[in-house]
Design a protein around this ligand. Structure first.
Ligand SMILES: [Zn+2]
Ligand SMILES: [Zn+2]
Length: 147
């Protein structure tokens, strides 16, 4: 079967080796005919909560790998990339805690939040306040990269 060439981020966990590959979806920004891969417009980095091993790790564009992967099995639900946001629970801090993660498309709606809450080390807002139990769930968006 022909391999698809996809842009992926690799989980950084080497001990034990995790091997989780998170696909950055393709899209076509309006007015540009070339397809390109998703990257948040508001950040130089993506903080990933690995759905396989639970490691939280930070990735930059230079960490993106182009790999050949077999097409997803049409008999299984496809996996989707999420942008998850919590409101920082630190007093007088209004910054979001933003983390990306992956689930199956038919996962329960709270699964992306649970994956991010369980990830270690604990995610932080841009001012470095760690995600606390009291942090409010603000947003969990499936990335359908169509700008
Ligand atoms: Zn992992
Ligand atoms: Zn904060």
């Amino acid at each position: 079967m022909a391999l698809q060439r996809l842009h992926v981020l690799l989980c950084r966990n080497q001990n034990p080796l995790c091997g989780e590959r998170i696909v950055l979806p393709y899209g076509s920004p309006i007015g540009i005919s070339l397809y390109q891969w998703y990257w948040p417009t508001d950040s130089e980095m993506i903080t990933l909560a690995c759905p396989n091993c639970g490691l939280l790790s930070v990735h930059f564009r230079s960490d993106v790998h182009l790999v050949g992967m077999p097409p997803e099995n049409p008999n299984l639900p496809p996996s989707v990339l999420w942008r998850v946001e919590f409101g920082c629970a630190q007093h007088n801090c209004d910054l979001p805690v933003v983390v990306h993660t992956r689930t199956e498309a038919d996962a329960p709606p709270d699964e992306p939040y649970l994956l991010v809450r369980a990830a270690k080390p604990v995610a932080c807002c841009a001012d470095g306040h760690p995600l606390r139990d009291a942090a409010k769930e603000r947003l969990a968006d499936v990335i359908n990269f169509r700008r």
